[in-house]
Design a protein around this ligand. Sequence first.
Ligand SMILES: Cc1cc2nc3c(=O)[nH]c(=O)nc-3n(C[C@H](O)[C@H](O)[C@H](O)COP(=O)(O)O)c2cc1C
Length: 194
Amino acid sequence: MKYDLSEINGVIRDRRTIYPEEYTDRIVQKEMVQQIISNATWAPTHGKTQPWRFKVYSGEGRLKLLEIVRKLYTDCTPAEDYNKHKLARMEQRIERTSVLILLIMCRTENTKIPKIEEIEAVACAGQNMLLTAAAYGLGGYWSSPKYFYTPEANAAFGLKDDDFIQGLIYLGYPSVDWPKSHRKPVEYVTEWID
Ligand SMILES: Cc1cc2nc3c(=O)[nH]c(=O)nc-3n(C[C@H](O)[C@H](O)[C@H](O)COP(=O)(O)O)c2cc1C
């Protein structure tokens, strides 16, 4: 055995979504964020395109994010779905979180790699981030509001049309007992062809 598998199994199983309502006020240190992003960049990519990009919002930078989220929600939500309470909750969540990371697939120019594979690679990077956060005892929340998947969102974040915003990752120290979860049995999702 090259690594301590029980440790790895532990982090994979223990990683949990924890929402900002359940974060303490403790600030997530920059060194941790740097490690989280560094580990993200070790995800696999077809053709080594490394299509991930990260925008880290912390401190006053969160005001810029708040402004963008407010405008996107207002401009991109159909009138019948618009809910001012939902917007207020999103704003409070950003205000309550010391560090938020926007996870982006930045399409490499002149690549033969299908776009779906670039998106998959960035999702792998996202999982590396959440696992690293869990190892630090941080809760993570990967949010993917519909308005991120719009041309308006790409423009607001200064991205190209072909780039793709994959989510906003909230990080924080939990104020609650670490949540438990469960999964379907492996036999239920696996077919062995011997
Ligand atoms: C790509 C992706 C997008 C997600 N988007 C949302 C979201 O918009 N809102 C939300 O409440 N949770 C979102 N989640 C988190 C899931 O709800 C969460 O992973 C799931 O409930 C399982 O809980 P666990 O992470 O604690 O195992 C997302 C997760 C992934 C991987």
